[in-house]
Design a protein. Sequence first.
Length: 122
Amino acid sequence: MVTYRIAAAAALLAAACTTQPTIGGNQATIRVRRGPISPVEMPGVNNSLPVPGAAVSVLHNGVPVAGGTTDSTGLLQLNLGSGTFQARVTSCPGAISLPAPVTFTTPLEVVLIDLECDTGIR
C-alpha cells in the first residue's frame, strides 16, 4: 500500500511539472523573433526573423504553468486560465541574449505576446 501511494504521488508530481498548458478558454499566442538581422535598419522594414525551436515558459505567481517550443514560424499557442501570467524565453537559437519577460493578463479572447531575442548585430 505504501509503494502504491508513493508511485501515485510521484505520478501527480510529474504531471504537475509537465509543460502542458493550463486548461482554460483564453488562447495566448507567443511569437518569438530574433533581430536585428541587418546592421542597417530602415523605417517600415522588418529587421527580425521568426525563431523556430525557441523554448518558452509561462508562469503564474512565479510557478511554471505552461510552456513549450515555438513552431517553424516562431509561434507557440497555449490555452490558459484567467489571471496574470509572465511569458519568458528560456532558450533562443541564434541569439546572444534573451528578451525581458512580458507580463500579461487574461481573460481576453486572444492574447498575442511578442518577444524578440537580440542577435547582437549592430
